[in-house]
Design a protein around this ligand. Structure first.
Ligand SMILES: Nc1nc2c(ncn2[C@@H]2O[C@H](COP(=O)(O)OP(=O)(O)OP(=O)(O)O)[C@@H](O)[C@H]2O)c(=O)[nH]1
Ligand SMILES: [Mg+2]
Length: 395
């Protein structure tokens, strides 16, 4: 469908090596899981991971992130292999980037840059694109300054106040102008969304939140499409991620939101504030968790912290553990291979989380449609409560 691709030539996939510097308290397993996640991000950004480097340090090296010995190992690897990117599991200071570039002679990518790149790839709506662009310029601004300072220093002390300085100022001004232009545009989007929200005021609003890749969108489609009364028309043109759902005559709005991740660049959160309003203004959060992921408890904590950052930690939450099909499959494998540590049974988890949350926790599979009816019932119960509180006479 769509464009013909007769002349498309296959581009060779970019390659990447990953570098992380965990502190001594971090377990090796944890380090590997973080690197797995970084490799997954790298893949999403379109590059293939060909090697991982880990150096335990109390703190990353101030000049080159890793120590000089490890840097030599990395250098030796780059000489022997075809490496396009070196990707770091943290944010680097502008001077670290500069030093590493000089030492390694390849593209240096830090965590923020990687995530920004993926967001740029994924952003579809005009608003999301503007938000990403804004974050990219904000990322660039301090680095631009340093880049130029560095160049003018290379030219020697005398040249410092010369054309170099003017160029820095000009460039900074261009970027600043661009940022204010984007901010204006975002304000306009904001106004539109405000009007739009006014028109739907009164309806109960539910937001799907959670770590990235847990199955929020899958669940969104399942919940909104499978309902006879669900309709996609009303807001389709303005905001594709909000849908109206009706369960037993109770209408509510369900919104899909951007996934959270550990070490999410703060600038990115800021520029996505208006998208996050969807969360901030909702009456109920459905916190989706991928229970098959080894770090799912970390993920819960990260999501809760991010919710705190956007002042939404006090909202009622329905905790939904997704991907139980995959969880049970893994558990079975563990049970089969003796000696391994085995995951707890679903019943054990249910008891634990019901006690922790003082509320029912749901265990579902969105793809295999397990326990979806229970989820609908629980959603209906929670939404009705809010609905009838708001419209006591509307029984
Ligand atoms: N095995 C299994 N896979 C699932 C389940 N639910 C979702 N997935 C898969 O998980 C992947 C991520 O699903 P999405 O719905 O895109 O996740 P998301 O939370 O919207 O992700 P972001 O938008 O990146 O934050 C997809 O490949 C889904 O097919 C499930 O219940 N079991
Ligand atoms: Mg999604």
């Amino acid at each position: 469908m769509g464009k013909k691709q007769f002349y498309e030539t296959a581009k060779p996939q970019e390659t990447a090596i990953l570098v992380s510097v965990p502190n001594y308290r971090q377990s090796d397993e944890q380090t590997q899981e973080y690197l797995d996640e970084l490799a997954f991000l790298t893949e999403t950004a379109g590059a293939k991971t060909i090697k991982r480097f880990v150096q335990k340090l109390e703190k990353p090296d101030i000049r080159t992130y890793v120590g000089s010995g490890k840097l030599n190992d990395i250098k030796a690897f780059i000489v022997e292999h075809d490496v396009d990117n070196v990707i770091f599991d943290d944010d680097l200071s502008p001077s670290q980037v500069r030093n590493l570039e000089r030492e390694l002679q390849v593209k240096i990518v830090d965590r923020s840059l990687l995530i920004l790149d993926i967001f740029a790839l994924r952003a579809k709506s005009a608003q999301a694109r503007t938000q990403v662009e804004m974050a990219q310029y904000q990322y660039l601004l301090p680095r631009l300054t340093n880049l130029w300072t560095h160049l003018s220093k290379q030219k020697g002390g005398i040249g410092m106040k010369g054309p170099g300085e003017t160029e820095i100022e000009t460039d900074r001004r261009i970027v600043r102008d661009k940022i204010s232009l984007l901010r204006e545009r975002l304000n306009k989007f904001e106004k539109q969304s405000f009007e739009q929200r006014k028109s739907r005021s009164g309806m109960v609003r539910v937001a799907l939140v959670g770590y990235t890749n847990v199955g929020k969108s899958t669940l969104m489609n399942l919940l909104s499409k499978s309902e006879v009364f669900a309709e996609n028309k009303l807001f389709a043109t303005v905001d594709a991620t909000v849908r109206k759902v009706v369960l037993e005559n109770i209408p509510f709005l369900l919104s899909d939101t951007v996934g959270f991740i550990r070490k999410l660049p703060t600038k990115l959160i800021e520029s996505f504030k208006s998208t996050l309003d969807e969360i901030r203004e909702s009456d109920l959060l459905v916190h989706v968790v991928d229970i098959s992921h080894p770090s799912f408890e970390d993920h819960i904590a990260i999501v809760n912290n991010t919710l705190k950052d956007i002042e939404s930690a006090e909202k009622p939450v329905l905790l939904v553990f997704n991907k139980i099909d995959q969880y049970l499959e893994k558990r079975e494998q563990e049970l089969a291979s003796e000696g391994e540590e085995v995951r707890p049974s679903l019943d054990d988890l249910k008891t634990t989380y019901m006690a922790k949350e003082h509320a029912p926790s749901l265990f579902i599979s969105a793809t295999n449609k397990i326990n979806i009816e229970e989820l609908r019932e629980e959603l209906l119960r929670r939404v009705s409560e809010i609905h009838f509180e708001r419209y006591p006479n509307n029984v």
